[in-house]
Design a protein around this ligand. Structure first.
Ligand code: AMP
Length: 249
């Protein structure tokens, strides 16, 4: 079974993001970029399926500018076999990403596609679901456990009040939740080997997909600054402040 895993390059989650002065978006200049954490989990799951002998090949795909090849190489160092870079300077919306991925799915015919449940830049949480709709494949979103049994995929999902297990007929789509696994680090020899693994570059137009804007970001604002705390001298003062200043009781 071939596994297709999709990864997005995003601002490193340790970086404190700065909003641009004109409020049009987030400032990306001189900012450390990294693999989206949910995509790291997707990669780990794909590599584990290969190590278990369930998957025969792991193909990684990323859409974005030339710089995303850094993340593709990182995934190749983690154990993927080959990469596909769909090159665009734009940051396409989930529907465009899903349309591009649907073309890759049609060409590659994977038995399983694993995506992150969301990219931590815009928190869209849409691409996997849209890809399922476009390809007609079944989907198990927010997976906390995945098991292949014959031509069926068992996906455990953490839902309100418990765990739900879905049975999906393969080929299927999975999006990863935090508790699915703990991603590994790449070793130096594997980083060196990854440089020689195949990486194919495609243009969206060559896949027959026109990147469209389906929505427009009107404004991006940073969260309000936290006000400093104060010390109160007595319970009476605390109750008074909660009642008359904070007005929460
Ligand atoms: P989103 O719907 O934007 O929150 O993204 C959910 C998941 O879709 C991500 O974790 C990735 O696995 C995949 N994805 C989104 N954008 C891209 C992209 N530009 N290139 C590759 N995969 C992507």
């Amino acid at each position: 079974m071939k596994v297709l895993v999709t990864v997005k390059r995003v601002i490193d989650y340790n970086v404190k993001v700065r909003v641009k002065a004109d409020h049009s978006g987030v400032d990306l200049s001189n900012v450390k970029m990294a693999l989206n954490p949910f995509c790291e989990i997707a990669v780990e799951e794909a590599v584990r399926l290969k190590e278990a002998g369930t998957a025969t090949e792991v193909v990684v795909v990323s859409i974005g500018p030339a710089a995303v090849q850094e993340q593709i190489r990182a995934v190749l160092a983690l154990g993927a076999d080959r990469g596909i870079h769909i090159e665009t300077e734009a940051d396409p919306e989930p529907l465009s990403v899903a349309k591009l991925l649907a073309k890759v799915v049609a060409a590659e015919r994977p038995g399983l596609v694993i995506l992150g449940k969301q990219a931590i830049d815009a928190d869209n949480n849409q691409t996997g679901q849209m890809l399922a709709a476009l390809t007609g494949m079944g989907q198990g979103t927010f997976a906390s456990a995945v098991k292949v049994e014959g031509d069926e995929l068992l996906v455990t999902r953490e839902v309100d009040g418990g765990l739900q297990t879905l049975g999906l007929r393969l080929p299927a789509i999975v999006t990863t939740d935090l508790r699915l696994n703990e991603p590994r680090y790449a070793t130096l020899p594997n980083i060196m080997k990854a440089k020689k693994k195949p990486l194919e570059v495609r243009a969206p137009a060559a896949l027959g997909v026109e990147l469209r804007a389906y929505s427009q970001v009107l404004k991006v604002e940073p969260p309000a600054d936290r006000r400093g705390g104060i010390k109160v001298a007595s319970v009476e003062e605390l109750v008074d402040k909660l009642k008359n200043e904070a007005k929460v009781i």
